[in-house]
Write a protein that binds this ligand. Structure first.
Ligand code: DGL
Length: 273
C-alpha cells in the first residue's frame, strides 16, 4: 500500500470548503484531492452539535472507504462540533480542522476593531468561546452573525442582489469602522466582493483557508506523506442535484473574492460513484 498516493480528503457542509480546497491546490498542486460537499444536509450552522457530529462521521466514513491519508475539515462548524470525535475515530489519519482566523487577526491588528462572522453553531461552541477568550483582550472583537449567507452561497448567489440585501443591514452601518473582518465560515469568502463593497476597501478580510492549507502540508511533510504526482481534484456531493457539481467547479476556478488565487488549477471533476 502506497499511502502517499492516497487522497487528501476535504469535507464541508456544502460548497463552502472549496475556498479551502483552492488554497490546498495552490500549495500542494501535485497531490490527489477528494472533495466532499454535504449539500443535501446544508446548512450545518443551524443544527444541534450532535447532528453535525453524526453527519461529519458519516462523511468521514464515506471518504475513508476511498483511501485517504488526511482529512481536512474545511468547515468551521464541523470542526467546532466534531474534530475531536473524528481524531478519536481515525487515530491513524491526519485530521486538520479549520478554525476562524481569530489568532491571525489578533496578531495582525492588535488593539484594533475586528468583526467576526461565523455560523450560530460555531459562535455558540466551546471551541470558539475559548478562542475568543484566549485572544479577546488583544483586539476589540465584534461578533457579526450572518444567518442565511451560507444558504445563498449554496444557491450560487454569493454575488447577487439577495446577498447585498441580506448583508446591508449588518455591515453598512460599520463602513469605515472596522480594521478587519474574520470570515469564520468557509462559505463566506465567496461573498467577499459584496462584503468588501459594503464595508469599504480599507477593511481587511481574513479567513483560515491559507493557514489550514499550510498546516496540512506541514503535517504531511512530518509524516513523510507528501506526493509528487500529476495532481488531481475529484469532487463529490451528497445532493442529487447535478448543479451542485457545476457550482463546485465554478467556485474552484473562481479567482476573485479574497484576491490571491493566481495559480493554475488543473482539475478533474468527477461525479459521485
Ligand atoms: N461552511 C461552514 C463553516 O465553515 C458552514 C456553513 C453551514 O452552515 O453549513 O462553518
Amino acid at each position: 500500500m502506497n499511502r502517499k498516493q492516497d487522497y487528501i480528503a476535504v469535507f464541508d457542509s456544502g460548497v463552502g470548503g472549496i475556498s479551502v480546497l483552492r488554497r490546498l491546490v495552490e500549495l500542494l498542486p501535485r497531490e490527489r484531492f477528494l472533495y466532499y460537499g454535504d449539500s443535501a444536509n446544508a446548512p450545518y450552522g443551524v443544527r444541534p452539535p450532535e447532528q453535525v457530529r453524526r453527519l461529519a462521521l458519516e462523511a468521514a466514513a464515506l471518504l475513508c472507504r476511498q483511501g485517504i491519508k488526511a482529512l481536512v475539515v474545511a468547515c468551521n462548524t464541523a470542526t467546532a462540533a466534531a474534530v475531536e470525535t473524528l481524531r478519536q475515530t481515525y487515530p491513524d489519519t491526519i485530521v486538520v480542522g479549520i478554525e476562524p482566523a481569530v489568532k491571525l487577526a489578533a496578531d495582525r491588528f492588535p488593539g484594533r476593531a475586528v468583526g467576526v462572522m461565523a455560523t450560530p453553531l460555531t459562535m455558540e461552541s466551546h471551541r470558539f468561546r475559548a478562542l475568543l477568550e484566549h485572544h479577546g483582550d488583544r483586539c476589540r472583537f465584534l461578533p457579526l452573525p450572518a444567518p442565511g449567507l451560507a444558504d445563498l452561497v449554496e444557491e450560487g448567489k454569493a454575488s447577487s442582489p439577495e446577498c447585498e440585501a441580506l448583508l446591508t443591514p449588518l455591515l453598512a452601518p460599520l463602513r469605515g469602522k472596522l480594521d478587519a473582518v474574520v470570515l469564520g465560515c468557509t462559505h463566506y469568502p465567496f461573498a467577499a466582493d459584496t462584503i468588501r463593497a459594503l464595508l469599504g476597501s480599507d477593511t481587511v478580510l481574513l479567513d483560515g483557508g491559507e493557514g489550514t492549507a499550510r498546516e496540512t502540508k506541514r503535517r504531511l511533510e512530518a509524516a513523510g506523506l507528501l506526493y509528487e504526482g500529476p495532481g488531481e481534484v475529484t469532487i463529490q456531493n451528497s445532493s442529487p442535484d447535478p448543479r451542485m457539481l457545476l457550482l463546485s467547479r465554478e467556485l474552484l476556478a473562481y479567482s476573485g473574492g479574497m484576491g490571491n488565487s493566481e495559480s493554475e488549477i488543473r482539475n478533474t471533476i468527477a461525479g459521485r460513484g
